[in-house]
Design a protein around this ligand. Structure first.
Ligand code: 3HC
Length: 335
């Protein structure tokens, strides 16, 4: 479904504006469709900047899904039971699937998978800051499910209503699977919190390391978010970075209380006037260091990704050879 526009002539696919078209009838029609909650589809007219914004966001999102397989994949061989191992394998496979839906959605905007991969492997493309932190203990696997996937769902539910059809549809399925991921993470945390003193201490130590990077995952404060204004007008982004962060904190604090865990923020306090939790300052310098390649695992993640791609070349070659063979057989049978 998502790749059908790739079959068309590259000159005519994605009939986007080549020049600024403010006020032109096609731009007015485009914005009217967006304003009326309609969907923009791959063959519809769209402003060039809209196409580029979507390509940037969807490809970054796809890269996050597949880089996100590494921190958890690291624990498949060390999961504490057969049941936990089976669940973790299924979850990591789901993340690969999310990457595939998202690369397919991005391809409908006119960029090939190879181009997106090249951008990731050369370090030109971004992926989520959160996957540059290490998974040092089993509790970190629970923390990724509970907090990282919990934050991902908070961000991605509004994306199900994004104005670009293929992205919105991909997100519906992704969110259903993320909800299972979040629950399996919470289930791990619940087991640890009912466990021995060492297991409880492991859970707390993990929360102490992950809490702040997870809050930063939602992106810079609204005042510093360069893309938010335009993306909101195009209904790509439906809820702002700060609003999502606040929603996440409000939802997560009671869960931490249930687990008997202490959130590592001295300033965290329920505010009866706002009806939200107040929280302490986020270290944005640290966030930008990680985004710009200097996080604890950036180099390791990228090297592992490039290695996996190179070692998988024979699989892609075999799949292509099989596709050519099958097409030739179909032609022969049809003749
Ligand atoms: N990590 C890395 N870069 C980030 C970031 C983060 N957590 N948050 C923001 N940035 C980057 C932006 O990409 C942008 O850089 P660019 O101009 O080079 O592209 C810059 O910081 C400014 O940020 P903005 O707020 O202006 O950018 P956006 O409007 O694009 O908002 C976003 C950022 C909220 C992450 C938005 O792009 C988005 O909603 N993306 C889709 C969801 C997504 O990618 N989630 C990543 C996690 S996926 C995941 O967790 C998988 C799960 O299965 C585990």
């Amino acid at each position: 479904m998502y790749t059908q526009s790739m079959d068309t002539d590259p000159e005519t696919r994605n009939p986007v504006a080549k020049v600024s078209a403010v006020g032109r009838p096609e731009e007015q029609r485009f914005q009217a469709t967006v304003d009326a909650e309609g969907k923009i589809e791959p063959r519809d007219w769209m402003p060039e900047a809209y196409r580029k914004t979507l390509l940037r966001q969807i490809s970054q999102h796809a890269h996050s899904e597949i880089i996100g397989m590494f921190p958890e994949g690291n624990w498949i061989s060390r999961a504490p039971s057969l049941k936990r191992k089976a669940i973790l394998i299924a979850k990591v496979q789901d993340e690969a699937g999310h990457g595939l839906y998202l690369y397919s959605a991005a391809e409908t905007l006119g960029q090939s998978r190879d181009e997106m991969m090249a951008a990731l492997h050369s370090g030109r493309a971004k992926y989520s800051s959160i996957f540059n932190y290490p998974t040092l203990t089993w509790a970190d696997v629970g923390m990724i499910g509970w907090l990282v996937d919990g934050a991902a769902i908070m961000n991605q539910i509004p994306l199900c209503r994004c104005s670009y059809g293929p992205y919105a549809r991909a997100m519906i399925r992704v969110c259903k699977e993320e909800s299972f991921h979040q629950r399996q993470g919470f289930d791990i945390m619940l087991s640890l919190s009912k466990g021995t003193a060492d297991q409880k201490a492991m859970a707390q130590e993990s929360l102490d390391r992950w809490w702040w990077p997870v809050l930063a995952m939602f992106g810079p404060p609204d005042a510093d978010s360069v893309h938010s204004g335009q993306s909101a007008q195009w209904k790509i982004k439906r809820v702002s970075n700060d609003e999502l962060r606040q929603k996440f904190i409000d939802a997560t604090v009671p869960q931490a209380e249930l687990l008997g865990l202490r959130i590592p923020d001295e300033k965290l306090k329920w505010n009866t006037q706002t009806g939200h939790y107040d929280f302490g300052p986020i270290d944005w310098d640290d966030f930008w260091r990680v985004v710009n390649g200097e996080g604890p695992c950036n180099k390791e993640r990228l090297a592992a990704r490039v290695k996996a791609y190179e070692e998988g070349q024979w699989v892609r070659d075999a799949a292509m050879a099989y596709a050519v063979k099958r097409k030739a057989r179909q032609h022969k049978e049809a003749a």
